[in-house]
Design a protein around this ligand. Structure first.
Ligand code: AKG
Ligand code: FE2
Length: 299
């Protein structure tokens, strides 16, 4: 079933009425969706912390949902401020693509050791190099062949992304502290897809997985533990964040379709630097996929 639905959504060009994609911006009275309550932020410190992470500092502006037939899947409708979105896009594009992080283009030595991907792309106008970037791995580096995380393939995890993940999980009232140890930053083009898979390489499979998207909208398809289970399609726009926990942590999921701009949230770009960012984000979707790898060490 998953594969058939994947093919169906891969072929559609826009969100037709019949396409059955859950759009949280236009949720009709729909009994499959329920609101998820947040931990209430009580003090000014908390507001400052949310500001510092680029998140909306008034939690009454946050909209979080659970879908009844996908236990453990939480959807947060863009909790970021416009500045916050740009901050995280910039971190992904400019900083997370630098060493010691690993990129899919590393093996081909496209970039001079003194240079980095974003400056090289902008200084040379090399669109081919721009479009060759597909992923960056941070913290424990995901090994795409063996799927095994190893102590010998690990670099420091960015502290801002660590704090962002921990804060979101805390606000959602998860009982355990979330320790971000590995992330994949996926870069999608309008024709990219990500086929159905389960993320099960982490040693700790009870910790939630956090998935934050920026740029072009996409259809996210999530099924059950078997490819025979009927999947649900969800529209993800820039800023939308999903958490896969409990049963849905080990569910098949994938991205059959990147959509063109009609569904996108508009962001104002200002100076020349932001102009380059805008041009790249017009043709790109970024997904930051954050995982806790190990079980917490209790002292
Ligand atoms: O791009 C997405 O929304 C999902 C990415 C994903 O599933 C992964 O990196 O494992
Ligand atoms: Fe995944």
């Amino acid at each position: 079933m998953f594969k058939e639905y994947f093919k169906y959504y891969k072929r559609i060009n826009s969100l037709e009425h019949q396409s059955n994609v859950i759009d949280f911006e236009n949720v009709d009275v729909n009994e499959i969706i329920k609101y998820k309550e947040l931990k209430t932020a009580s003090c000014n410190n908390e507001k400052e912390k949310l500001d510092g992470l680029g998140l909306k500092n008034d939690l009454s502006d946050w909209r979080c949902y659970e879908i009844s037939n996908i236990p453990g899947l939480i959807f947060i409708s863009n909790p970021f401020t416009p500045c916050g979105q740009k901050y995280w896009m910039k971190r992904c594009i400019v900083d997370y693509t630098k060493k010691p992080n690993r990129l899919n283009i590393d093996a081909h030595h496209y970039i001079d050791v003194e240079e980095n991907w974003w400056t090289t792309v902008n200084n040379t106008g090399n669109i081919k190099l721009r479009d060759q970037l597909r992923w960056a791995t941070l913290g424990y580096h995901h090994d795409w062949d063996t799927k095994v995380y190893s102590e010998s393939a690990k670099s420091e995890f960015p502290s801002d992304l660590y704090q962002l993940s921990k804060t979101i999980i805390e606000l959602l009232k998860f009982p355990e502290e979330f320790i971000a140890e590995a992330a994949i930053v996926n870069f999608y083009h309008p024709s990219s897809t990500l086929s159905g898979h389960i993320d099960h390489s982490e040693y700790n499979l009870s910790a939630p997985l956090l998935s934050i998207s920026f740029g072009l909208s996409a259809i996210f398809l999530i099924g059950g533990h078997s490819l025979n289970d009927k999947p649900t399609a969800i529209l993800l726009r820039s800023g939308d964040t999903i958490i896969m926990s409990r049963e849905s942590r080990l569910s098949y999921h994938g991205v059959p379709k990147i959509l063109l701009s009609e569904n996108d949230r508009k962001i104002k770009y200002e100076n020349e630097w932001e102009f380059n960012l805008k041009n790249y984000m017009k043709v790109t979707r970024i997904n930051i996929n954050v995982r806790q790898v190990n079980n917490a060490i209790r002292s």
